[in-house]
Write a protein that binds this ligand. Structure first.
Ligand code: ADP
Ligand code: MG
Length: 320
């Protein structure tokens, strides 16, 4: 069972940033409004994610670390229509098999907080306000081969920041802070609009040169912001696609975006965007890969043309 856990963990956890993504997913699923991520040594020594969400009841703390213990899905039918980020009940169990995981949580309405010690499995009363702190220490301690493949602290930190940035762009209503070795590296305060959050993350000049995208409705809608930066300022790492709120990297979507920029701007601009695809969950499979970063569309062509037209229309419209 330990071995199976470690193999599964290898698929989910490639580096500290993978842990960060899973923990922030969980915090958002729990309804957090403020999330703090504390890292030490690029996340290898410590990743702590602290939220003010609904918390975990005392009796469920040990369950949270167990495989397929998810509180989010009751049936296979529900798996089709997942609205939450997590749904496999695998992340914490996997992480716990390759690192030391401590849980500290105070459930809504509970009198106090409880702490679960990873090593002893012991539950102890503790102090904190409503919400959860998950601490992950000494990642890959039991799999030194994997640990060897990690890059410098600075590089791992950059990946961790990128993982939080992906969440932050999708959830402007939530405040985020990232600390590294006691230093505040990034802070994005809860914003009133997606545009405000994008300005906070990319810099105000990005949003000054962006166009609103909003196309389609109901079962297939594309909305967000597309930027037209000066060629000199353009960067390839600013392409963010979300499918039903989940960050994805998908060839169909990226190709459609590139085609739209090519059609309207003839390659004079690098595509820069934050775009959301809302699609009927029955028309997309998010269960393709353990990291949930890939999707498979039932009708890729239709999605491609919707995204392409959405961006083309926005880029071609006269700008203010
Ligand atoms: P999943 O998210 O797929 O359900 P996880 O392994 O990520 O599986 O988490 C297991 C369970 O632990 C969740 O279903 C949830 O009940 C609980 N949990 C984990 N993190 C949090 C959190 N930050 N706040 C509240 N509950 C949490
Ligand atoms: Mg999860």
């Amino acid at each position: 069972d330990e071995l199976i856990s470690q193999i599964a963990a290898g698929e989910v956890v490639e580096r500290p940033a993978s842990v960060v993504r899973e923990l922030v997913d969980n915090a958002l699923d729990a309804g957090a409004r403020q999330i703090a991520v504390r890292l030490s040594a690029g996340g290898v020594r410590l990743i702590a994610v602290e939220d003010d969400g609904g918390g975990i009841p005392r009796e469920e703390l040990p369950l949270a670390l167990r495989r397929h213990a998810t509180s989010k899905i009751a049936s296979l039918a529900e798996l089709e229509a997942v609205g939450t980020m997590g749904f496999r009940g695998e992340a914490l169990a996997s992480i716990a098999s390759i690192a030391e995981v401590n849980l500290l949580s105070r459930h809504t309405g509970a009198d106090g907080a409880w702490q679960l010690d990873a090593r002893t499995g012991e539950l102890r009363p503790a102090a904190r306000s409503q919400g959860t702190t998950v601490e992950v220490r000494e990642l890959f301690f039991a799999t030194p081969a994997r640990r060897k493949f990690l890059k410098t602290d600075a590089t791992e930190l950059a990946h961790c920041v990128e993982a939080v940035r992906r969440h932050a762009l999708a959830r402007p209503d939530v405040g985020f802070a990232i600390w590294h070795d006691g230093r505040l590296v990034e802070q994005w305060r809860a914003a009133d609009t997606p545009a405000q959050r994008i300005a906070d993350v990319f810099g105000a000049d990005f949003i000054g040169q962006s166009v609103d995208v909003d196309h389609g409705e109901g079962q297939l809608r594309v909305h967000g912001h597309a930027g037209v930066p000066d060629a000199a300022r353009s960067r390839g790492d600013q392409q963010f696609f979300y499918v039903n709120g989940r960050f994805v990297r998908d060839k169909v979507l990226l190709h459609a975006a590139r085609a739209a920029y090519e059609d309207v701007l003839h390659g004079q601009r690098q595509p820069v965007f934050v775009l959301h695809l809302q699609i009927d969950p029955a028309r997309v499979d998010v269960n393709v890969h353990p990291t949930k970063i890939e999707v498979r569309f039932r009708d890729g062509r239709e999605v491609h043309s919707a995204v392409r037209h959405a961006i083309e229309n926005a880029l071609a419209a006269p700008r203010a």
